[in-house]
Ligand binder design. Structure first.
Ligand SMILES: O=C(O)C1=C[C@@H](OP(=O)(O)O)[C@@H](O)[C@H](O)C1
Ligand SMILES: C=C(OP(=O)(O)O)C(=O)O
Length: 421
C-alpha cells in the first residue's frame, strides 16, 4: 500500500550520527552462496528489508533452511533444491537475476513473478543465457517458469550485459555448481555497475570458488564446491547517501559509523563525488563524516560504475549553485522505474530545470517550490524527494513505503537524524 509522507524540512544544519543497516547487494549474494554451499553458513548483520526477505523466502520455498541467530544473524542450512515453488521477486533485481540460475539446479517447476513494474525490467538476456547453458526456461520476462532438471551442464555463453551487471553476477554466483562451471563473455556497449561484478567475484573467492576475471569482459568460474562460512555484511553505503546528503544540503555534519576502509560497494565512490560537490569528507575510527559547504557545486560526472547513486546525485544537483551533467547511466531506464524520466519529471514539477539526455540528465538549479514528489514505487526516488524536502518547504513523497525495499524504517531513521524522535 502506498503511503503519502510530508517530507520534514530541516530547522538548521543537520548534525547526526546515523548507523545504516546492512548492504542489500552483499546480503542477497551471501544468501545465494549460503544456499549453494557445502555446509551451513552464518550471515551476520544482514539487511532485513523487502528485497532480502523475498530472497530468503524464495530460497526457503526451495528447501533451504533459515533460522534466526540471537544477534539478528541468519543461519542458513543448504539442502538439495526442490520444486515446485512460486517465487515472488517483488521489484528486486537481485532476486529476479540471481535466483533463476540457482533455481535451475532444482528438481521441479519453479515459477517467478513480481510487482507490476518488475514485469517490465529486462530479463531476456539472463533467461536466454540459462537456456544456452542447458536449463529449461519458458518465457522471456516475468512471469516465467523454470523446469528444473536437478542440474545444469554449464559451459560458455556470450551475452550483452549492457542493460545490467546483474546478468553477469547472477550467472557467476551459481556457476561453480554447474557441471562445467561457467564462462561468461560480454559483447556490446560497456557493462554498467562494474563494482557490483567485482563484489560477486570477491565473494565467490571468499567462498573458495576459483574465478578468473583477468580478461576484460570475460569471467570464468571453475566447477567446484561453494564453501559455507561466516559472512559479515557491511553497512549499505548507497543507502547511506541520503543521510550524507542531509549534511551536504544543510551545511551540517553527518557521520556513518562502520564505513569500511576497503569495499567493493559502489557507494565507496561517494567520498570523491561529495568532495567534488564541495563537501569535506573524512574517514576515521568513528566512521565516514561529511561536512556540507555553504552551497554545493554542480559537477559533470559519469556514474556508470555507481549508477544506483543517480537519484541522490540528482537531488543534490537540483539544490547546487551551478549546473550538473550526469552521464553513463542510460541503463537506469530499466531500474525500479525509468529513473532518468522520473527524476526529470519530479524535479521539473517542483519548478526545477532537468533535461533528459540519452545517457543521463542535465540539471540546472532553479528555486524550487513544494509539491507532490512521486516515487514511482522506487525506493531511491523516494529518498531523493526526502533530500529535497529538507530545504524546500511543502514537499510530500507519495509513496514513502517504497523505501522498505532496502531500508526497514526510513521515515524513523530520517526523524531520528533530524532530532525529532
Ligand atoms: O548486483 C547488484 O547488487 C546490483 C547491481 C546494479 O544493477 P545494474 O547493473 O542493473 O545497475 C545496481 O544498480 C543494483 O542496485 C544492485
Ligand atoms: C537498481 C537497484 O535495485 P535492484 O537491485 O532492484 O536492481 C537499486 O537499488 O538502486
Amino acid at each position: 500500500m502506498t503511503q503519502q509522507w510530508s517530507a520534514p524540512t530541516a530547522a538548521g544544519p543537520v548534525h547526526a550520527t546515523v548507523p545504516v543497516p546492512g548492504s542489500k547487494s552483499i546480503t542477497n549474494r551471501t544468501l545465494v552462496l549460503a544456499a549453494l554451499a557445502d555446509r551451513p553458513s552464518t550471515v551476520r548483520t544482514p539487511l532485513r528489508s523487502r528485497d532480502t526477505t523475498l530472497m530468503a523466502a524464495a530460497l526457503q520455498s526451495l528447501g533451504v533452511g533459515f533460522a534466526d541467530g540471537p544477534d539478528g544473524s541468519w543461519l542458513v542450512t543448504p539442502d538439495a533444491l526442490q520444486g515446485p515453488a512460486q517465487v515472488d521477486c517483488g521489484l528486486a533485481g537481485t532476486v529476479m537475476r540471481f535466483l533463476p540460475p540457482a533455481a535451475a539446479l532444482a528438481v521441479g517447476d519453479i515459477t517467478f513473478d513480481g510487482d507490476p513494474h518488475a514485469r517490465k525490467r529486462p530479463m531476456s538476456t539472463i533467461l536466454d543465457a540459462l537456456r544456452a547453458l542447458g536449463a529449461d526456461v519458458a518465457g522471456d520476462a516475468l512471469p516465467f517458469t523454470l523446469h528444473g532438471k536437478g542440474g545444469v551442464p554449464g559451459g560458455e555463453v556470450t551475452i550483452d550485459a549492457s542493460a545490467s551487471s546483474q546478468f553477469v553476477s547472477g550467472l557467476l554466483l551459481s556457476g561453480a555448481r554447474y557441471e562445467s562451471g561457467v564462462t561468461v563473455r560480454h559483447s556490446g556497449k560497456p557493462v554498467p555497475s562494474l563494482p557490483h561484478i567485482e563484489m560477486t567475484v570477491t565473494m565467490l573467492r571468499e567462498a573458495g570458488v576459483v574465478v578468473d576475471d583477468s580478461t576484460r569482459d570475460v569471467w570464468r568460474v571453475e566447477p567446484g564446491a561453494v564453501e559455507g562460512r561466516d559472512w559479515h555484511v557491511e553497512p549499505d553505503l548507497s543507502n547511506a547517501t541520503p543521510f550524507l546528503a542531509a549534511a551536504a544540503v544543510t551545511g551540517g555534519e553527518v557521520t556513518i559509523p562502520g564505513w569500511p576502509e576497503v569495499t567493493t560497494q559502489p557507494g565507496g565512490a561517494v567520498r570523491d563525488l561529495f568532495e567534488r560537490m564541495g563537501c569535506t569528507v573524512t574517514l576515521t575510527d568513528a566512521g565516514l563524516t561529511l561536512r556540507g559547504p555553504d552551497r554545493l557545486t554542480g559537477v559533470d560526472v559519469d556514474l556508470r560504475d555507481e549508477s544506483e547513486l543517480t537519484p541522490t546525485v540528482a537531488a543534490l544537483a537540483a539544490l547546487a549553485s551551478g549546473p550538473t551533467r550526469i552521464r553513463g547511466v542510460a541503463h537506469i531506464r530499466g531500474h525500479e522505474t525509468d529513473r532518468i524520466a522520473a527524476l526529470a519529471a519530479e524535479i521539473n514539477r517542483l519548478g526545477g530545470a532537468a533535461e533528459e539526455t540519452e545517457d543521463g540528465l542535465v540539471i540546472t538549479p532553479r528555486p524550487l517550490r513544494g509539491d507532490v514528489w512521486r516515487a514511482y514505487a522506487d525506493h531511491r526516488m523516494a529518498t531523493a524527494g526526502a533530500i529535497i524536502g529538507l530545504v524546500v518547504e511543502g514537499v510530500s513523497v507519495d509513496d514513502i513505503g517504497s523505501t522498505t525495499k532496502t531500508i526497514p524504517d526510513f521515515p524513523g531513521m530520517w526523524a531520528t537524524m533530524l532530532g525529532s524522535r
